[in-house]
Design a protein around this ligand. Structure first.
Ligand code: F6R
Length: 259
């Protein structure tokens, strides 16, 4: 596992975008796993800049998003469909046919159909040659995707019932009304995430320091789902100084070549 501590959020996201752009340049038909949330926003901004100013070409790139709420129309401003189009897809030359986000409109009363749908979503990642890189944020409790503490470390893409805590935390995005927060989501599992050839996990800010400490230097445990990245042969953690402030070890200030 490579741990890189950058001065601030801006430098962290620039370094992450550099890693991603290197893959896109070396393998134009690569497959990228993407995340939503506040952490990757700067990465997406930098990738858009690289597309506009440096001609970084996404036309052959395939993307798969990690997760999506169930029950929100793709046009809903809090849906991850909306987020991805608004913050990345509509600004670059990705081919719509190569964009994949779990469906938000599955029928929760038909669990067999949802299982089939989740298997189908994973099958698409395999058909696309598997993920070259999976971009991840991390929750303050160590969650990745919607894999909350206690999630099986071998789990595959599946439906998850959101915890009361997650729904309370997310109510701020839904007019502070918990009743508007979806109850379910589809998420890639930790096992699915680990199959990516590179796992790139980002964190910034003091509020993530404990989660990063547990992820990088704590025991591997389902109670901190992100800690499983210690087992991955090519995991890169890029954090800013605040998120890295509780780490005991001294880490590099730069990323060497991936190989
Ligand atoms: C987003 C996702 C979540 C976030 C995590 C951190 O697709 O799966 O696990 O990465 O909640 O969110 P932020 O970046 O908003 O702190």
């Amino acid at each position: 596992m490579l741990i890189v501590v950058k001065k601030n959020y801006d430098e962290m996201t620039k370094e992450a975008a550099r890693v991603i752009s290197e893959i896109v340049r070396e393998k134009p038909s690569c497959t990228l796993g993407l995340a939503t949330g506040s952490t990757p926003l700067g990465v997406y901004k930098e990738l858009i800049r690289m597309y506009k100013e440096e001609g970084l070409d996404f036309s052959k790139v395939t993307t798969f998003n990690l997760d999506e709420y169930i029950g929100l129309a793709p046009s809903h401003q809090q849906s991850y469909h909306y987020f991805m189009h608004d913050n990345l897809f509509k600004h670059i030359n990705l081919d719509e046919r190569f964009i994949h986000i779990p469906s938000s409109m599955v029928d929760v009363s038909d669990i067999n159909r949802i299982h089939k749908y989740c298997d189908w979503y994973e099958e698409q990642t395999r058909k696309a040659g598997g993920m070259d890189l999976q971009l991840l944020g991390i929750g303050v409790n160590g969650h990745i995707g919607f894999n909350e503490p206690g999630s099986s470390l071998g789990a595959r893409t599946r439906i998850k019932t959101l915890t009361q805590k997650t729904r309370e935390d997310n109510a701020r995005f839904f007019n502070n009304d918990i009743d508007q927060v979806p109850k379910y989501a589809i998420t890639m599992g930790v096992g699915t995430i680990l199959e990516s050839r590179i796992v790139l996990l980002l964190a910034s800010g003091k509020q993530k320091a404990e989660a990063i400490k547990m992820t990088a230097e704590g025991p591997i445990t389902a109670m901190v789902p992100a800690s499983i990245v210690q087992m991955h042969r090519k995991a890169i953690l890029i954090v800013d100084e605040e998120a890295g402030s509780l780490l005991d070890m001294q880490y590099e200030q730069f990323v060497t070549d991936l190989e």
